[in-house]
Design a protein around this ligand. Sequence first.
Ligand code: ADP
Ligand code: MG
Length: 663
Amino acid sequence: MPRIQVLPDLLVNKIAAGEVIERPASVVKELVENSLDAGARRVDIDIEQGGRKLIRVVDDGGGMDADDLALAVQPHATSKVRTEDDLFQIRTMGFRGEALPSIGAVSQLRIVSRPTGAEAAHEIRVSGDRMEPVVVAAGPPGTGIEIRELFFNVPARQKFLRSPQTEVGHITEQLARIALVHPEVEFRLTHNGRLVHHLRPAAGMRSRIADFYGRELADGLLEINRDERGLRIAGYAARPAESRSSAKWQYLFLNGRFIRDRFIGHAVREAYRGLIDPHRHPVVFLAFEIDPGDVDVNVHPTKVEVRWRDSNAVYTQVLSALRDRFLNADLTPALSTDKGGAHGHGPGGDAAAAGSAAAVEGSSSGGIDDEAAEARRQQIRASIADFFKRVKPTTSGLPNLTDGGGGTGVSPVQSGGAGAGPAPTWDRLAGGPPPGSGDPSAFQGASSGANTDSPIPAEMFTVDPQAAAPGPTRIDNVIQVHRTYLVAETPDGLVIVDQHALHERVLFEELSAQLARGPLESQRLLIPDTLDVSPDQLEVIEAHAERLQQLGFELSPYGPRSIAVHAAPTLLKDDRVLDFLRDMLDRLSVQAGPASTEMLTNDLLSMMACKAAVKAGDPLSLQEIQALMSRRGQVERSSNCPHGRPTSLRLTVRDLERQFKRT
Ligand code: ADP
Ligand code: MG
């Protein structure tokens, strides 16, 4: 007797079930996908006891006749592919012909189906290796499938089933992964007779996102739309402030099917780098459409992974689609004001999503506010703009709120260093000498020409309104509070800026730009500094010699356990050079393996920017504030510091109205 045997059908099906049917949610996924493949416009899902007792999926799709019904439960029987070539033109959700036989092998399966236009329905029952003949039954057009006693003959799987609530959570997630990209289809989900979701046909993905994850998240999303070189990308990206602690919030769909993809994942992370904390994850919902011939979907049993013909092109296009969108968006998070405000949460709403009201502004599509409210908002905006046109502030923009300085609380910005108060800190911002006096013209003369490469170009310091014409707009109404925050008026409200975070971002962008052109500007030290290092650190320095030179350092060994610093980046003030080098060595020694050079360089630049930036508690002069604020509008990603923390928060007039109960 040969040792090798062909396995009996039941065993084959159970093995297939092992791959595809992990828990009730997998059954729901397979059945709902079949319904969509059958052209259903409405799918009803009823669950009892988390799916352990019953899973029922009823659709109004094309249905099956008696012959098809008998074949549908056979392994490797499908209506979706006929020839090998079809495998590379797959437009349906299924094609492996495995789901129904697998499910039948591990449960009590009953299918009632009636093709469109047929007189009668038929029914088939399968359980384990028992299959009953097809019989005539009563039923509406479409297909209804019932699964009872899931895993009755697979104790190992049954043991791993969680509480009904957890299983329903998984089912909801599977439903979301399908319903998000099929907004035109109506879905109902009940658990133990209670309605969990009723998703009415919708115009697009945004309203489905609201259904599952709450209005607040949905309304704040930035729309992504790009169609290039055979790849169409449509969907939404959340603002950086909406980041999450889990990577699960990357909803990617390919030709209508949920996928996980590391190339797209990398591109998304790269696009958000510097905008969110490195330990957090962005939220995106992106649907891709591509010619089925350009991607192989037959590489994973549940088809959740794919193989691209040109993964680099996909990476690049995702990255630029997101980057372009971010460049055109105001990413400044809104101050969270009235928590119980106008924005409710959908049933599946994530508690973590509740913190920010970023959605309030920048939402173009919501359609939740009536026209009257919008008209009123416009009117208020116009009258505020009008007011500030008529009332031109003189020195400090806002009315004098202080009773004479005092050093605490809100203090008006000084004008050009005139008068008492904190000393000007010009050099930290401009890298040059402080203006001699408060006289605008003298100030301008001193600044033009010199220091064109300084982190904040001298032209930014223009205080003469006449000369300001072609340059950046001057921000009049701005004050520093608690020597840490800058508060400025904007066309539709106000913005509060963290001076350190913003300056850090500005310097970082400047440094990146400089580095792209060549080595950073460097300054020789009159007397070389020395730094004690371990043999390991010395090795690190040698390994990164070229990078260090690019960054503007000139170092040489100085005895066996120290190095001499001959030159350092101009941007770093003397007292911060050694500090930076120590931090940098720590960073470089923990970097195991050849990390992406770009990432490492960015790391170092952000450290440098952090060391060179003004700190919280530093008093700033009006010129410094103006310079910083005018850079805000010009620098890419100014909404977040290089570490991903926000640089600014905004409060709209509308928020204020709400708070003061004016609406
Ligand atoms: P696949 O979806 O990979 O073809 P399945 O085992 O899921 O394999 O289904 C087998 C076949 O049964 C499908 O190809 C389809 O023809 C038919 N079928 C399954 N579910 C439905 C349904 N809800 N409506 C109509 N036909 C269905
Ligand atoms: Mg199928």
